[in-house]
Ligand binder design. Structure first.
Ligand SMILES: NC(=O)c1ccc[n+]([C@@H]2O[C@H](COP(=O)([O-])OP(=O)(O)OC[C@H]3O[C@@H](n4cnc5c(N)ncnc54)[C@H](OP(=O)(O)O)[C@@H]3O)[C@@H](O)[C@H]2O)c1
Length: 254
């Protein structure tokens, strides 16, 4: 450890309050944010698994879910891969009283928009995620997407945004397209296949990584997948919180 490394802030007597967490995870502002800021929030077991039995819940905890909720409470938009939406049964984000004043002061709507990234548009557009959100759900896709599926998404109430010339979304273009809509405090909740592309494209500014005191063994995905980078991307530790043996780390791209 060097003396530049922040010590872990350990909580033994009571849990971190939502206000404390919101202060700890405030988005950078102005110059530092350089327009949009994309942070990822992921949980990993000690042996690197990003899920167990196809979901992240078995390696998560109450404190992890409070941080999950806090990061949503601070974000303009939550970007998520279609497979995570399908497997984790995504619903629209809620408006939460705990974050109402902060959101109003920051000029944000009552809840973040959910942004689903999909090439196939093989999504169930009759779900509340598309038909009943507080703020319309966005679907990011490529120019080759099926016009019929685009129409289905739009009929359900979603806004479809093309952010790629082929079948897929180009990460830098996705961030630009969201920023153009005023969505600059960005949060991605994975999954690994999507996060790997955003990290590889160099558009990931921050990683909020929960280290879960569990081991799953097996062959679960890591938090980021896809082709390896020629050289590892480097991140610097920004903060560490602890609760009930879980480490809540925050790393920024250097
Ligand atoms: N540990 C954690 O923090 C965490 C977080 C999230 C998820 N998970 C787990 O991860 C698993 C799912 O993750 P995953 O990696 O398999 O899938 P994913 O990244 O959630 O979704 C992959 C899908 O997203 C779409 N996609 C990804 N990149 C795209 C691009 N550039 N352009 C267009 N569409 C793109 C494609 O959708 P289409 O097939 O529709 O084209 C692709 O099939 C689940 O088990 C979930 O529980 C864990």
């Amino acid at each position: 450890m060097t003396d530049q490394t922040p010590p872990a802030d350990v909580r033994e007597d009571r849990e971190w309050s939502l206000d404390e967490l919101a202060d700890a995870y405030a988005y950078p502002t102005g110059e530092e944010r350089k327009g949009a800021w994309l942070r990822a929030n992921m949980v990993s077991s000690l042996d690197g698994a990003a899920q167990h039995d196809g979901r992240s819940q078995p390696i998560s905890s109450d404190a992890d879910m409070r941080i999950f909720g806090t990061l949503r409470g601070l974000a303009d938009a939550v970007v998520v891969g279609a497979e995570t939406v399908r497997l984790e049964g995504y619903r629209p984000a809620r408006a939460r009283a705990a974050f109402a004043d902060r959101r109003a002061a920051a000029g944000q709507g009552r809840a973040p928009a959910i942004v689903v990234v999909s090439a196939s548009l093989g999504l169930d557009f009759s779900l509340p995620l598309f038909t009943e959100p507080l703020v319309p759900t966005l679907v990011l896709t490529g120019a080759a997407a099926s016009p019929d599926r685009i129409r289905d998404a739009e009929r359900a109430g979603a806004e479809v945004v093309v952010a790629g010339d082929g079948p897929g979304v180009e990460p830098a273009r996705a961030v630009r397209a969201l920023a153009e809509r005023g969505l600059v405090r960005l949060l991605t909740e994975g999954g690994p296949r999507m996060l790997g592309q955003f990290a590889a494209a160099g558009v990931l500014d921050e990683l909020c990584l929960t280290v879960s005191p569990t081991m799953t063994v097996g062959d679960a995905q890591r938090i980021a997948g896809g082709p390896a980078l020629p050289d590892p991307a480097r991140f610097a530790l920004a903060s560490v919180l602890e609760e009930a043996g879980f480490l809540f780390t925050r790393y920024r791209k250097v």
